[in-house]
Ligand binder design. Structure first.
Ligand SMILES: Cc1cc2nc3c(=O)[nH]c(=O)nc-3n(C[C@H](O)[C@H](O)[C@H](O)COP(=O)(O)O)c2cc1C
Length: 263
């Protein structure tokens, strides 16, 4: 199969999943690239991807695919086209997220042919307690690029028949923990009420009332507002930061999986 177009499909509040998707797509070669960003809203209508290859990249939340990503991926279908599935996690563990993403891709009409678990700076990493700070770094991006190239080479002789992609993870998937209603807060002395956090919140959970406030019901704690506030006026204090810094600081490396052609 000659790859005519690569569709990157991503949910990426702090942009690490986006960077991995782009590196994989670039590794696939110089064909046309199309972007389907589901970070900021659910697609307004159902989308059918008819041709080419999809690269689907999402973050791991609690060892599973981030729930908002799952909801939004349900609006996208593939017309029996191959897909690369990638999860990005903050150096703790990806548990059942990759197998879950593989299964979602299948249910949505894609044929998962390769899968990868990559590392991105943890949403709860803070400069004084870094967790996977600055990742994906050059080595990660090179790995993602090579993974894209290898998948493209593999698809070159594709005739539509693959043995099911096997990846690490368990089914039934890990049970999700209870939702805790905490949100980032605003340091009013630093906040200029520029509204940027309102713009970039993936779940439209931030409003300007007397000051900038988050709705604990819809906030997904992705920390996009914390990491992107131009005045460092948004903070999210969670005991996870200490826990992750103490226990998950040693470097983990990407894990890659490939399907095999039927012979
Ligand atoms: C609510 C939440 C839960 C998370 N759970 C995990 C996890 O189970 N394992 C892990 O290693 N990282 C976890 N992370 C970190 C993210 O997977 C990681 O920072 C990822 O790079 C974020 O992707 P993005 O930059 O595309 O938003 C979690 C982050 C958030 C906000």
């Amino acid at each position: 199969m000659k790859i005519s177009v690569v569709h990157t499909i991503f949910f990426s509040p702090t942009h690490t999943s986006l960077r991995i998707a782009d590196a994989i797509a670039e590794g696939m070669g110089t064909c046309e690239h199309k972007e389907l960003d589901i970070t900021y809203e659910k697609p307004v209508k159902n989308i059918l991807i008819e041709e080419g290859v999809a690269v689907i990249s999402v973050p791991v939340y609690g060892g599973r695919v981030a729930e908002t990503a799952v909801e939004r991926l349900r609006s996208i279908r593939g017309n029996n086209i191959p897909a690369v599935v990638a999860v990005v996690y903050g150096n703790r563990d990806y548990e059942d997220a990759l197998i879950e993403l593989r299964d979602i891709a299948k249910e949505q009409g894609f044929i998962p042919v390769s899968g990868g678990a990559f590392i991105g700076e943890h949403s709860y990493s803070r400069p004084d307690r870094p967790v996977a700070e600055g990742r994906p770094d050059k080595a990660d991006i090179d790995t993602a690029f090579a993974f894209g190239s290898k998948t493209a080479a593999f698809l070159n002789d594709w005739s539509g028949e693959f043995i099911d992609l096997q990846v690490k993870g368990n089914f039934p998937y890990k049970v999700k923990g209870n939702k805790t209603p905490q949100t980032p807060v605003t340091i009013s002395e630093l906040c200029t009420q520029c509204g940027y956090c309102i713009e970039i919140c993936p779940t439209q959970s931030i409003e300007l009332q007397d000051g900038i406030v988050s709705d604990p019901e819809s906030c997904i704690k992705c920390c996009a507002c914390v990491k992107e506030c131009p005045n460092q006026a948004r903070v999210f204090e969670t005991p996870f930061t200490d826990y992750l810094f103490k226990n998950f600081s040693s470097r983990r490396d990407p894990e890659l999986f490939f399907s095999y052609r039927k012979i």
